[in-house]
Design a protein around this ligand. Structure first.
Ligand SMILES: [Zn+2]
Ligand SMILES: [Zn+2]
Length: 153
């Protein structure tokens, strides 16, 4: 059964000892867990309310979260190939549209509401990125997730 680990907020399948395979803590032990936060998967098309994703106060400030999955999920072979392609393009000076297009497809861009106060903690850091569905997984305030879910309902 897949559950959200209360400690690292990763969606995991706990071991038989109820241990999170990601952070090795007990998923049933909430004692040191931050239950105000939850993980949420967000796509470019997800409608987000004007509410800070991190503390759930109203804000009209948005930040762009951009994550490339070229480096994380691309296989070593593909990486070497794309490097060779880049070298060849470089040699013949053919930095054309198809190469730019490919770079665009290797990115997920999502506009996420973040209030001024929370922005001092730096930009939102995606927990993971799904290169098939173009979703980012972010750690958000539980109330923010409820806002999103109630708006899309
Ligand atoms: Zn965990
Ligand atoms: Zn905030």
């Amino acid at each position: 059964m897949i559950v959200e680990c209360p400690h690292c907020h990763t969606r995991v399948e706990p071991t038989v000892d109820e241990e999170c395979p990601s952070c090795r803590k007990n998923v049933l032990d909430n004692s040191d867990a931050d239950l105000s936060k939850t993980s949420m998967s967000i796509a470019h098309s997800t409608k987000l309310p004007q509410v800070c994703h991190s503390c759930a106060i109203p804000t009209d400030r948005y930040v762009v979260v951009k994550q490339s999955f070229g480096a994380t999920e691309m296989s070593a072979v593909r990486r070497v190939l794309s490097m060779l392609v880049a070298v060849v393009f470089g040699l013949f000076n053919l930095d054309n549209d198809s190469q730019r297009e490919r770079r665009r497809r290797d990115n997920v861009r999502v506009r996420v509401p973040q209030c001024q106060t929370c922005s001092s903690n730096g930009p939102p850091q995606p927990m993971s990125v799904n290169s098939e569905t173009y979703h980012l997984t972010l750690l958000v305030d539980r109330r923010f997730k409820q806002f999103v879910e109630s708006e899309s309902a």
